[in-house]
Design a protein around this ligand. Structure first.
Ligand code: BES
Ligand code: ZN
Length: 448
C-alpha cells in the first residue's frame, strides 16, 4: 500500500527532532522525540510506554492479537538518536529540516535509523488497520545507540518478561546495493579508547625549549603509526588470537555480493584503497578486525603560525572486532601496548569508552530462511544477498544474552546513504518498501 501524505509528513516530523545523543544539550529533544513516538505508536493502535533511564528514555510499544492465544512474538528494535550534524560538516541545508531531492530524503537520521524504524512502524500500523499483524509485536526504540547503548541492557533485564519473544528484527544495516534484498548475518563489535599524552606541564616557546624537551605530538603520532605494520595488520600483541576464520561459504557469499573493490573506493570517494593482503575490500570490512584513529588533537590549530611546543596531545581510537574477540579484553591489550611503547619523556593517560560484542548468526538456521523468503518477496522475487557488516549495533549481542533470541538484520540502508556524514539520504520509496518487507517478514515468521 502506498505511503500516504500523512505518513510522509509524520516521517518529516520525526526527522525534525535534533536527537543527537552525544550532545548533552539535546536532552530536551530526546525527551520530546520519545514522547512523539509514544503518541505515534498509540495512534497506530499499539500500547506504548516510555521507560526512563539515567540517559535518554526508551520507548516500548506492544500489540497482541486480542484473544490470539499462543502466537509468535517479534521484537522490533530501532533507535531515535542520531549522530551529530552541523552545517560546517558540509551539509547543503539544515540537517534537521528534511528536504526531498530526486526521490531522496536529505536529513540527519533519514536512514540511520529514523527512516528504517519508521518503515517497520508503518508496516505494523497498516497490518493493524487491516485486521491485525501476523505475529504479536513489541517495539523497543532507544535513544543511545550512537553512544553505545549503555542504559538499554538494564531495561531489557527489568522488562524481560514483557519482552519475551521468538526472534528480534532490526533494520539498521546496509543493503548490498540499491534494491538488493540483503540479510546481514554478522556485525563487527567495538572497543573505544582515548589516549592523552602530557609532555611539559604547560605550552612552551618552541625556540627556547625545542630540541631539549620532547614534543607529545611527535610521541603520539609515532605511537599511532605503530598500531599497524606495513602489511596493515594490527601490531597489538594477542589482537588476532581469538579471530574466527570465515568459512568457505561466507567468502563465496561475499563474492556474490558483487561489490568490487573499485565500487567501495567509489563510494568512499577515496583515491585508492589499501588493506590486509589476501582479502577483498568487502571481506576486510566484514570479516577482519581493525584499529582506527577517529580523531587527533594537539598544539596550535588557529589561523597563522604559532611557535609553540605543546603540553598535550590526544587521540580517540576505536577497534572493530570480529567473533570471538572480546571488547574488554582487546581494550586491555591495547592499553598495555600503548603503555609499553610510550617513552618516559611523556605521561600517558588511557581512558576506556564503550564496548560492544561482535555478532554472528548462521542465516541458514532458525528464522534465517524465513527472513530470506520475506526479503525476496518484498523485492519482487530477487535473490537475497548475505552480508557480514562492518558496523556495530551493540544491543544485538545483549538481546541474545538477556532475552535468549537471535536477531534478523534486515537493513534498508544504502551503502552510499552517507550515514554519519553530511547530506545523509534515504529513498522516500523505501518507507513503502520497508513496510511491505515488515509485513512479509511477520507473515513468514508466523509460519515457521
Ligand atoms: N546503523 C549503524 C550500524 C551499522 C552501520 C551497521 C553500517 C551496518 C552498517 C549504527 O547506528 C551505528 O552507527 N552504530 C555505531 C555503534 C557504536 C557507536 C557503538 C557504530 O557502528 O559506530
Ligand atoms: Zn549510526
Amino acid at each position: 500500500m502506498p505511503v500516504s501524505e500523512k505518513d510522509r509528513s509524520d516521517y518529516f516530523d520525526f526527522l525534525r527532532f535534533p536527537t543527537v545523543s552525544a550532545d548533552p544539550a539535546r536532552d530536551q529533544a530526546m525527551r520530546d522525540c520519545a514522547n512523539w513516538l509514544e503518541k505515534k505508536f498509540g495512534e497506530m493502535g499499539l500500547e506504548a510506554e516510555i521507560v526512563a533511564t539515567p540517559g535518554a528514555p526508551v520507548v516500548l510499544a506492544k500489540w497482541s492479537k486480542p484473544g490470539g492465544g499462543r502466537r509468535r512474538r517479534v521484537l522490533i528494535y530501532g533507535h531515535y538518536d542520531v549522530q551529530p550534524a552541523e552545517m560546517g560538516d558540509g551539509w547543503t541545508g539544515d540537517p534537521f529540516e528534511p528536504r526531498i531531492m530526486d526521490g531522496m530524503v536529505l536529513a540527519r537520521g533519514s536512514t540511520d535509523n529514523k527512516g528504517q524504524i519508521f518503515a517497520h512502524m508503518l508496516g505494523v500500523a497498516e497490518a493493524i488497520r487491516e485486521g491485525g499483524a501476523a505475529t504479536d509485536v513489541v517495539f523497543v526504540v532507544e535513544g543511545e545507540e550512537e553512544v553505545g547503548s549503555d542504559n538499554l541492557e538494564a531495561v531489557l533485564r527489568a522488562r524481560k518478561k514483557e519482552l519475551k519473544c521468538d526472534v528480534a528484527v532490526i533494520s539498521d544495516t546496509n543493503m548490498a546495493g540499491p534494491d538488493q534484498p540483503t540479510l546481514t548475518y554478522g556485525l563487527r563489535g567495538i572497543a573505544a579508547l582515548e589516549v592523552e599524552l602530557t609532555g611539559p606541564s604547560h605550552d612552551l616557546h618552541s625556540g627556547v625549549y625545542g630540541g631539549a624537551v620532547v614534543n607529545p605530538i611527535k610521541v603520539l603520532t609515532q605511537l599511532l603509526a605503530g598500531l599497524h605494520d606495513e602489511r596493515f595488520r594490527v601490531t597489538v600483541s594477542g589482537f588476532y588470537k581469538k579471530v574466527r576464520k570465515a568459512a568457505a561459504w561466507e567468502r563465496k557469499a561475499a563474492k556474490d555480493l558483487g561489490v568490487s573493490d573499485n565500487e567501495v573506493r567509489r563510494q568512499a570517494g577515496s583515491p585508492a584503497l589499501a588493506g590486509e593482503p589476501g582479502f577483498t575490500a568487502i571481506e576486510r570490512i566484514g570479516m577482519r578486525p581493525t584499529a582506527e584513529i577517529n580523531g587527533i588533537t594537539g598544539g596550535y590549530q588557529g589561523p597563522g603560525p604559532k611557535t609553540v611546543l605543546p603540553s598535550k596531545a590526544s587521540a580517540k581510537l576505536t577497534f572493530r572486532l570480529v567473533p570471538h574477540q572480546d571488547p574488554a579484553e582487546i581494550a586491555g591489550l591495547v592499553e598495555r601496548h600503548l603503555r609499553k611503547h610510550c617513552p618516559k619523556t611523556v605521561k600517558i593517560k588511557v581512558t576506556r569508552h564503550h564496548g560492544g560484542l561482535p555478532y554472528f548468526c548462521d542465516p541458514k538456521k532458525d528464522f534465517g530462511p524465513a527472513a530470506a523468503r520475506a526479503l525476496s518477496q518484498a523485492w519482487d522475487g530477487k535473490k537475497v544477498k548475505y552480508l557480514l557488516e562492518g558496523g556495530t549495533i551493540p544491543i544485538v549481542s545483549v538481546i541474545r544474552k538477556v532475552l535468549g533470541v537471535e536477531t534478523l538484520l534486515v537493513g534498508l540502508s544504502l551503502p552510499d546513504c552517507r550515514a554519519h556524514g553530511p547530506d545523509e539520504t534515504f529513498p522516500i520509496s523505501y518507507l513503502e518498501r520497508g513496510a511491505k518487507m515488515n509485513r512479509a517478514l511477520l507473515r513468514e515468521i508466523s509460519e515457521v
